[in-house]
Design a protein around this ligand. Structure first.
Ligand code: 5MM
Length: 342
């Protein structure tokens, strides 16, 4: 397994200066909620039309090295019949696939969730490979509350995340591991730091137990932030300090890149916070600091599009602009004035 030329090539293609990953892998319930907010009914056709509009945006290959897709998108085409996977590869973007099957209640841990999807995973990976996917993603969620996340939820979720990552590598896919400590709650930033540190320690213990080769993985964590109902917001500098401290304590230097999720931050917040972290990159930061945003890249474009074909060009311009700004933050070269330049 080590070295492995196939996995090495995928990591090299994904981890590129000034580029990051778009998460366009919302499951049907999630994309249905998001489309409903802009007045669009979620059908296979509207999901295809929306994602086709995003992925055919000219110029995104300069800012995106990979896109995480949802299963049905692997089989979908543009209006002129070009497979969406081919639209990506023509732009030098690596197609990936979300392979978890969502969360269910974790027995013995009231209010907490466990991610499912291990059954039949090896067989599904074979079909995803045939359709052009080269990397995978699996998301665990952790809720901060009174007594949560529990030890049981932390250990059980780390175990399935590691089993998934081992299965993905065995099948030749680079696994993105996504342990997401949710933004929900009124906790302060110190509590988020404490929980994120505990969760990441457990995840890396489990990855080690399962023999996962860290050089061929990417981490997709939450940033360390105060809960969304906490009265005080944190500055980008505070977010960067807390997040980098937690990551230094937990993530081995063998991991090539950390690609943050946006997790309900506004596009501007997610961009400014990533920028602040990249401005602090020094010899104590061994990984690339990049992005794997869904909402923070897509939201403005989705609002403009709102199901209208005549708005596609305007929506694509908004999407490209978000990609440009987020890629600037990935280099530590973003300024809020760039927002106004739009
Ligand atoms: C946390 O969600 C991931 C990143 O998205 P944001 O940047 O918006 O936080 C995202 O990849 C997520 O895993 C997908 O949207 C799929 O989520 P569901 O809940 O539909 O499986």
């Amino acid at each position: 397994m080590f070295p492995d030329t196939q996995l090495e090539a995928t990591v090299r293609d994904l981890v590129q200066p000034g580029r990051g990953i778009l998460a366009a892998d919302e499951s049907i319930p999630t994309i249905t909620r998001r489309l409903a907010k802009v007045g669009v009914e979620s059908t296979e056709e509207t999901r295809r039309a929306y994602r086709s509009m995003l992925l055919t945006t000219a110029g995104i290959g300069e800012y995106l090295s990979g896109v995480i897709l949802f299963e049905e998108t692997l089989d979908q085409c543009t209006d002129d019949g070009t497979p969406l996977v081919e639209v990506l590869t023509r732009q030098g973007i690596v197609p990936g696939i979300k392979v978890d099957k969502g969360t269910v209640p974790l027995p013995g841990a009231p209010g907490e969730k466990i991610t499912q999807g291990l059954d039949g995973l090896a067989e599904r990976l074979e079909t995803y490979r045939a359709k052009g996917a080269r990397f995978t993603k699996w998301r665990d969620v952790y809720v901060i509350g009174t007594g949560t996340p529990s030890r049981l939820a932390i250990e059980a979720n780390a175990e399935v995340l590691a089993r998934y990552a081992a299965a993905a590598q065995a099948a030749g896919f680079v696994p993105i591991v996504e342990p997401e400590v949710l933004l929900d709650g009124d906790h302060d930033i110190a509590r988020c730091a404490e929980v994120t540190e505990t969760v990441l320690h457990e995840v890396y213990h489990a990855l080690h137990r399962h023999g996962v080769v860290l050089e061929y993985t990417l981490l997709k964590p939450n940033m360390v932030l105060p809960g969304k109902d906490h009265p005080a917001r944190a500055t980008p500098e505070e977010v960067a300090d807390h997040t980098l401290r937690v990551l230094r304590r937990t993530v081995p230097a063998a991991v090539p890149s950390i690609n943050f999720l946006s997790g309900g931050q506004t596009p501007e917040e997610a961009t400014a916070n990533l920028d602040a972290m990249n401005r602090r990159r020094d010899a104590t930061v061994p990984w690339e600091l990049s992005f794997s945003y869904a909402r923070a890249l897509q939201h403005p474009a989705m609002e403009i599009w709102a199901g209208r074909a005549d708005k596609a060009a305007e929506a694509q311009a908004a999407f490209l602009h978000r990609c440009q700004l987020t890629a600037a933050a990935r280099r530590g070269q973003y300024t809020p004035a760039m927002e106004r330049a739009a």
